[in-house]
Design a protein around this ligand. Sequence first.
Ligand code: B4P
Length: 191
Amino acid sequence: MFNIIIFGKPGSGKGTQAKFLKEKYSLYHISTGDLFRKNISNKTKLGIEAKSFLDNGDLVPDFVTIKMLENEVLSNKQVKGYIFDGFPRTLAQAESLDTFLNSINLKINATIALDVEENELIKRLLDRGKTTNRSDDQDLEKIKNRFNEYNIKTSILINFYNKQGKFYSVDGKGSVDDITSRLFDLIESLI
Ligand code: B4P
């Protein structure tokens, strides 16, 4: 099994690149953002709980997110590996992911960050906001709040995975194809 976390600020291209990694390495892709959005559009209990957090650009509380992630892994066990996209985003999520994976004899092999500066990210997210109904992409204040959430709660995970010798960073600027090639090159050097 080869299990990767794709990491980075909001809009850094995690979801975009995860699709290519999933195809190339036959991984099962788990995007917590997509799971929340699916639950919101299906008006499930989980979706109703998560909606206001997503709308405001806040992180959804850990207890909701961790349980959802574990259920998704346990429901999809016959796979070659997982790509975790948008999870973990807090220290509690990272610690619980390690404990959970350990309990089913799995581990994270690499955490790969897409490095992009905030001005470029704001442009990307506002552009997407024009063509989708994602409320969190349509308002500069909400986008800034998402960066703030990342800077306060998520960026500490760089140190967490660095200490485990599992943190890698890739330049996330340039064409989607160029970034995919950089990711493939890195992963080839790890497997
Ligand atoms: P996510 O769905 O994870 O969204 P994201 O961080 O904004 O996007 P991503 O980095 O995947 O960027 P993408 O490829 O789409 O999170 C949304 C919300 O869900 C969070 O704010 C939070 O409320 C909640 N949530 C999710 N996980 C959670 C967790 N673990 N705990 C608590 N809450 C959680 O790319 C963005 C745009 O850029 C796209 O339009 C794309 O086409 C474009 N783009 C990509 N690569 C590009 C490139 N190279 N050049 C130009 N544009 C590019």
